[in-house]
Design a protein around this ligand. Structure first.
Ligand SMILES: Nc1ncnc2c1ncn2[C@@H]1O[C@H](COP(=O)(O)OP(=O)(O)OP(=O)(O)O)[C@@H](O)[C@H]1O
Ligand SMILES: [Mg+2]
Length: 239
């Protein structure tokens, strides 16, 4: 197994296990993300990607090990406290409030997070279409625009670390390309990004480093340029 570390990790998971009842969905995982670093978590259906993000954000029932963020242990903290400390999740399926307007959905991120450099104008600059649609009910927007609202809402919480769960799911390739094109601008603000995707190519194309999960364990880790496609496929499917 190739291992990879960052000099000054923002987030460190050490020996993390996550359980659903007696089932161990995540088994002894070590992962690090640095400030302004893009780290991809890849893995097939059921590999444990969403479970891992839930553990970080304080939404998993039973977690063992250590989760350190910006020098503090966060395992056992409430989700609200973790968000205030600077981690924000863009959840699988977006979870917007469809009957609230775009602006009201964005406001929610602003309210739960930290005060910082990112305000509404920054989000509207990143996603100009949201400025035009700001009084529209979120449920009326296209899937891609809804994903922009979900990302914008997360950014308004002024995170130091953004967790993105399958942001490309169900979106047209062109829309996915537009969303991914914005990732470097987020990174440039010094925000660390942990990206979960099933789409290998997409995910590895933006990542500084990656971890491949297989049945709750890290089967491969490294920098995308250091590994061949064939090696990734082998560890992705456990062949
Ligand atoms: N609420 C739950 N109760 C019991 N088992 C669960 C629960 N949620 C997930 N699991 C199991 O935990 C394992 C990891 O699931 P998880 O959703 O984290 O995978 P994933 O990598 O995000 O998959 P996908 O690509 O389909 O989103 C799977 O075996 C899944 O069946
Ligand atoms: Mg998932």
């Amino acid at each position: 197994m190739i291992t990879a570390t960052t000099p000054k990790p923002l987030l460190t998971l050490s020996g993390v296990c996550v359980f659903y009842g007696n089932f161990r969905a995540i088994d002894q995982i070590d992962i690090a993300v640095g400030a302004g670093e893009i780290v991809s978590i890849i893995g097939a259906n059921g590999a444990g990607k969403t479970t891992l993000l839930k553990a970080i954000i304080g939404q998993a029932d039973r977690v063992e090990g250590r989760i350190c963020f910006a020098g503090a242990e966060i395992l056992g903290s409430t989700t609200a406290a973790i968000v205030r400390s600077g981690i924000m999740l863009v959840p699988e399926g977006r979870r917007l409030f469809p009957s609230l307007t775009v602006e009201e959905n964005l406001q929610l991120g602003w309210e739960v997070g930290r005060r910082g450099q990112i305000g509404f104008d920054d989000v509207f600059r990143l996603f100009p279409v949201l400025r035009e649609q700001r009084r529209q009910r979120a449920g009326w927007l296209s899937g891609g625009q809804q994903q922009m609202v979900a990302l914008g809402r997360a950014l308004l919480a002024n995170p130091r670390l953004l967790l993105c769960d399958e942001i490309s799911l169900g979106l047209a390739p062109q829309v996915v390309a537009e969303l991914y094109a914005l990732i470097p601008a987020i990174k440039a603000r010094g925000i660390g990004i942990l990206i979960v995707e099933q789409d290998l190519e997409r995910s590895l194309s933006v990542a500084d480093r990656f971890y491949c999960l297989l049945e709750g364990r890290v089967s491969l880790a490294g920098r995308p340029a250091e590994v061949t496609h064939e090696t990734v496929i082998r560890h992705y499917f456990g062949l």
